[in-house]
Design a protein around this ligand. Structure first.
Ligand SMILES: *Cc1c(COP(=O)(O)O)cnc(C)c1O
Length: 412
């Protein structure tokens, strides 16, 4: 039963049985889902946890003395511990539940408004998702600080020498994604963090694309902030996490005011709750948080080492097969990359390829992938992006390659 693509002990067919959606057809063809970098599919083990919540113990957390509320609170806090363990944070109060990566970044960017002055500088990388550019632009507009960009090269890698030159005593913050969603480049974040700390700058890593493939070790990385979304790693949409070092989370002001985040409220003065609740105003996505924990359990059971090895084999196979197509160019050829292939075919618009692939039941992403500056760098309107997950197969890649060949024939 083992897929022939790998010599590791990985039974992809039995994994696929956990994902009900993989049984469906699209346009009369079996679904081939290659849009995993936009959102991953959800295994039954996670879906069951959501159904169980609303069926058996739906109630508000942290407030009720009644049993349902206590059950929900216990499970929600257990999920926080699972996330803490997953990223190896020192304290569980360093894990803040958010609605996703975008929320986490905005929380930090807004918090820094009171910490920056006009002579300060903020560095972002040229490989960023829009959600990791716009909040920093807004922060710089509010504070007068200067936004500078760490450039990329033709391969889609960051130019570390230039990064070193950009760093100075003025640099207060550096923001880089761990893995680029548009190109799959794995950035050398250990080096980036070390160099930033030498000048006293804090670092936020956008882990939206890394968490589905790599288990981050925030203590070993010595990173100041790390954010991710559950829906990119087999969890539900609308929930994610922000890891922040305790000292930073104490320094930052609360992001939103409301219930849950206060210790005491009078009209004269309100005191804020301790971490993590200071940053968790209002009723959170309770079912989502618990399901996030279940998604981490699920991925750990499959095993991150096995996932990385298997996906790398898929990447190598798909890269070779696609490059054999005349006129096809792959964007993002970094030495270190995950299972994302961004490509175009000469003289054909990516959107047209995507539309034809959809007719064959193959889901890819086309466009700028929320990373317009990268497309500008290559002087292209966008790409076709196929992004793989551990539940994808070699046979699905064959279907993609056949589909692309057919699209090319129809469009040229
Ligand atoms: C998906 C993604 C985001 C945004 O995540 P949301 O869940 O939409 O908040 C940010 N950065 C990267 C690299 C992403 O892939």
């Amino acid at each position: 039963m083992n897929d022939t693509i790998n010599h590791i002990n990985f039974d992809v067919e039995s994994i696929r049985k956990d994902f009900p959606i993989l049984n469906r057809e699209v346009n009369g063809k079996p679904l081939v889902y290659f849009d995993n970098a936009a959102t991953s599919q959800t295994p039954r083990q996670v879906i069951d946890v959501i159904v169980d919540y609303y069926t058996n113990y739906n109630s508000n957390i942290h407030r009720g003395v009644h049993s349902l509320s206590q059950e929900a609170t216990d499970l929600y806090e257990q999920a926080r511990l699972k996330i803490q363990e997953h990223v190896n944070a020192k304290y569980n109060h360093e894990i803040i539940f958010t609605s996703g990566t975008t929320h986490g970044i905005n929380l930090v960017a807004t918090g820094f408004s009171s910490l920056l002055k006009p002579s300060d500088e903020v560095l972002v990388s040229a490989l960023e998702h829009h959600s990791n550019i716009v909040p920093w632009q807004m922060l710089c507009e509010r504070t007068g600080a200067l936004l500078k960009v760490i450039p990329m090269n033709e391969e889609g890698e960051l130019v570390i020498d230039t990064y070193e030159n950009l760093l100075s005593e003025q640099t207060k913050l550096v923001f880089v994604n761990h893995i680029s969603n548009a190109l799959g480049t794995i950035n050398p974040i250990e080096t980036i963090i070390k160099k930033a700390h030498k000048v006293g700058a804090a670092v936020l890593i956008d882990g939206a694309q890394s968490c589905p493939h790599i288990k981050p070790n925030v203590q070993e990385l010595d990173v100041d902030f790390y954010v991710t979304s559950a829906h990119k790693m087999c969890g539900p949409t609308g929930v994610g996490m922000l890891y922040g070092k305790e000292e930073w989370l104490r320094k930052l002001p609360p992001y939103q005011g409301g219930g849950e985040m206060i210790a005491e409220v009078t009209f004269e003065k309100t005191t804020y709750a301790d971490l993590p609740h200071k940053f968790e105003a209002g009723t959170p996505n309770i079912a989502g948080g618990i399901a996030f924990g279940a998604a981490i359990d699920y991925m750990n059971k499959v095993g991150f080492d096995v996932i990385a090895t298997y996906e790398h084999k898929l990447l190598e196979y798909a890269t070779a097969q696609l490059l054999a197509i005349d006129g096809l160019k792959i964007y993002g050829t970094a030495k270190e990359k995950t299972a994302v292939i961004s490509f175009n075919i000469e003289h054909i618009h990516p959107y047209d390829i995507g539309t034809i692939l959809d007719k064959m039941g193959i889901a890819v992403r086309t466009g700028h992938h929320c990373a317009q500056p990268i497309m500008d760098f290559y002087k292209i309107p966008g790409t076709v992006r196929a992004s793989f997950a551990f539940y994808n197969t070699k046979a699905e890649i064959d279907a993609l390659v056949q589909g692309v060949k057919k699209a090319k024939m129809m469009l040229s």
